[in-house]
Write a protein that binds this ligand. Structure first.
Ligand SMILES: [Zn+2]
Length: 98
């Protein structure tokens, strides 16, 4: 089940990856980047109640929140690509997969 934060992380990642074709974009690296970015940004997520979710959704729409999440996502991209969970033979350049 997705929350507002995950939706924004996925959106920011989709934008960042077009600017950084040097990174691997296979499914494993994608999942690692999203997981690490979510872990880093999670304290900002107020989960549970519908009210909390609504407030989070609004606050996540701010430029400040988007900028901070972009930093978290990019750091995760760099970390994952420095230490991918596979060898270079499994490297997937941007545009090769879905
Ligand atoms: Zn990969």
């Amino acid at each position: 089940m997705k929350n507002a934060l995950e939706e924004l992380v996925l959106e920011v990642y989709a934008q960042l990856r077009t600017k950084h074709p040097e990174f691997c974009f296979c499914e494993r690296c994608h999942d690692d980047v999203i997981a690490q970015a979510l872990n880093k940004a999670r304290p900002r997520y107020i989960g549970g109640s519908p009210i909390g979710a609504a407030v989070t959704r609004v606050s996540l729409a701010s430029d400040q929140a988007r900028a901070e999440i972009a930093v978290a996502v990019f750091e995760a991209m760099r970390r994952v690509n420095q230490n991918p969970r596979h060898g270079p033979e499994d490297y997937v350049p941007l545009g090769a997969g879905g």
